[in-house]
Design a protein. Structure first.
Length: 225
C-alpha cells in the first residue's frame, strides 16, 4: 500500500512539474540567459573600468610629476575621468598661485569651473577661486551664475564659502540687500564653522551700515546724511 501511494505521489509531482514547465519554461530560459549575459557584461565593465582608472591615474601622475608642470596643462586635452581632470586643473592652479602667477592660475580655475562634468566638491572650489581672482568678476554673468549655483546648493561642501564670496561680489556692485541675503544663509545655520559664522556676522554689519548710508531716511538727502 505504501509503495502505491509513493508512486501516485511521484506521478502527481511529475505532472505538476510538467505543467509548470509548459507554463513558465520560456520565461525561465530567458531569465537564465539574461542572467548569464548580464554577468558577462558586468564582469567586462569592471575590467574595462579598472583599466581606464589605471590609465587615467597614470596620466595624472605623469602630468603632475613632470618638470614643466603646471605649464604642461595649458594645451593638454586632459582626456581622463572628470574627477582626475579636476584634480589636475586645481592642483596646477594652486601651484601657479604659490608662484604669484595669478593670471595663469585663473585660466586653470576657469577651465575647471566651466567643466560641469567635474564633481561638485572640486568644481566648487574652482568657481570660488575664479570669482576671487577675476578682475571682471562683478560684471561677468557666468561667474556670478556659477557662484550662485553653489551658494544655493545645500548639498555642496562649499555652500557657505560660496555664500561669502557671492556676498562680496554683490557688495562690489553696491547691492547690499542681496549681499546680506547671502550672509543670512550662513548666519542662520547652527552647524556653520565658527570662523565662517564670525566672518559673515562682521560682513553683515559692514554691509548694513553701507546699505543705510546708501538709502537715507525719508526727507533726508544723501548729501545731508
Amino acid at each position: 500500500m505504501t509503495d502505491i501511494l509513493a508512486e501516485v505521489d511521484a506521478a502527481m509531482r511529475q505532472e505538476r512539474m510538467e505543467k509548470f514547465w509548459k507554463e513558465n519554461g520560456k520565461t525561465l530560459v530567458f531569465f537564465v540567459i539574461a542572467t548569464i549575459v548580464m554577468t558577462g557584461v558586468i564582469s567586462g565593465y569592471r575590467t574595462w573600468d579598472a583599466n581606464v582608472k589605471a590609465r587615467d591615474t597614470e596620466q595624472l601622475l605623469l602630468l603632475t610629476e613632470a618638470k614643466d608642470f603646471p605649464d604642461n596643462l595649458k594645451d593638454a586635452k586632459l582626456d581622463m575621468r572628470p574627477g582626475l581632470r579636476g584634480i589636475a586643473l586645481v592642483n596646477g592652479a594652486q601651484t601657479y598661485l604659490s608662484k604669484n602667477k595669478d593670471a595663469e592660475a585663473l585660466a586653470l580655475y576657469t577651465r575647471a569651473a566651466d567643466d560641469k562634468a567635474i564633481p561638485d566638491e572640486i568644481r566648487g572650489l574652482a568657481v570660488m577661486m575664479q570669482a576671487r581672482l577675476a578682475e571682471n568678476a562683478a560684471s561677468d554673468e557666468k561667474i556670478a551664475k556659477n557662484l550662485e549655483s553653489i551658494a544655493l546648493d545645500n548639498g555642496s561642501p562649499w555652500q557657505y564659502h560660496a555664500r561669502l564670496e557671492a556676498a562680496a561680489l554683490a557688495a562690489s556692485k553696491e547691492d547690499y540687500k542681496l549681499a546680506r541675503d547671502y550672509l543670512a544663509g550662513v548666519m542662520d545655520q547652527k552647524k556653520v564653522p565658527s570662523p565662517l559664522y564670525q566672518k559673515a556676522m562682521a560682513l553683515d554689519h559692514v554691509y548694513a551700515l553701507r546699505e543705510q548710508k546708501k538709502t537715507p531716511a525719508a526727507g533726508e538727502s544723501k548729501e545731508g546724511s
